[in-house]
Design a protein around this ligand. Structure first.
Ligand SMILES: Nc1ncnc2c1ncn2[C@@H]1O[C@H](COP(=O)(O)OP(=O)(O)O)[C@@H](O)[C@H]1O
Ligand SMILES: [Mg+2]
Length: 255
């Protein structure tokens, strides 16, 4: 796959009771095909807004989002989203959650189940096909959400703090599984997080955002060879750099 995503001068303002509020200001970034890009920044800096616009669920106030030369103008199966909060359909079983996008695309029923099976297996959900979301742990729910997002074979996987609500150990396991899926499916991944550790462990490149209005402060290449060791000297050094940048941004925001 060879999909190129570009954000050009993307600005977003919201109308609120107190007037116009600028959430994102002049974001420019080019995401390379198959790249694993982490976006990190303080709470409220516009990370979710940014992903929602790339997904086509919202639109920029000015500037444009270009995918393979075309302006993004709405949702499409070429961009799959995994949301921050568990966002499964509670009335659907695991397998019916995974087939959701395929139903919309009117894929043949047999084919739907064949594809859903493949992704269910890929995310390690054996034996849970006919369970409902309320019967699953947080980690399991996010596995289903990932399988659902992958089922339509999107070029770009948009993930909004997907592991933010699971315990630390499950989070580590899910990170490793996601890297495996990324390696096997060759997707471009945009992964929003506010965890420095997570960004260092996962990313090819880390985009650092400032507090409101969210601007892109810096993009750092993360060339640490994979598989990465969470406690290696290189990982620690990169973590230090990121922490320094973020604390600099925080202190600016307070002035
Ligand atoms: N639909 C909306 N209407 C008004 N303000 C919004 C809306 N969505 C987000 N915001 C505001 O925009 C800012 C960025 O929000 P968000 O993208 O959720 O940040 P993050 O995901 O980085 O925490 C916040 O101040 C939030 O309150
Ligand atoms: Mg958010």
């Amino acid at each position: 796959m060879n999909h190129k995503l570009e954000l050009r001068n993307v600005t977003k303002t919201f109308s609120t009771e107190e007037g116009e509020m600028m959430a994102l200001e002049d974001i420019n970034i080019e995401v390379k095909p198959n790249e694993f890009l982490c976006i990190i920044g303080p709470s409220g800096c516009g990370k979710t807004t940014l992903l929602r616009m790339i997904a086509g669920l919202d639109y920029p106030s000015s500037g444009e989002i270009i995918l393979d030369g075309d302006r993004v103008s709405g949702p499409s199966p070429d961009r799959g989203m995994v949301f921050q909060e568990f966002s499964l359909f509670p009335w659907r079983t695991v397998i019916k959650n995974v087939t959701f996008g395929l139903e919309i695309l009117e894929v043949d029923k047999h084919e739907q189940y064949r594809i859903a099976e493949r992704y269910r297996e890929l995310v390690g959900l054996k034996g849970f096909e006919n369970r409902y979301p309320y019967e699953l742990s947080g980690g399991m729910k996010q596995r289903v959400a990932i399988a659902r997002a992958l089922a339509t074979d999107p070029a770009i996987l948009l993930m909004d703090e997907p592991f933010g609500s699971v315990d630390a150990q499950t989070r580590n396991i899910l990170q490793e599984e996601l890297l495996e899926i990324w390696k096997r499916t060759k997707k471009t991944v945009l992964f929003v997080t506010h965890s420095v550790d997570e960004a260092v462990y996962l990313a090819d490149r880390v985009a650092v955002m400032s507090a409101r209005p969210g601007c892109l402060v810096k993009c750092l290449d993360n060339a640490i060879p994979r598989p990465r060791k969470r406690t290696s000297v290189e990982v620690n050094e990169f973590r230090e750099n990121l922490l320094m940048l973020l604390s600099l941004e925080r202190s600016k925001a307070c002035i």
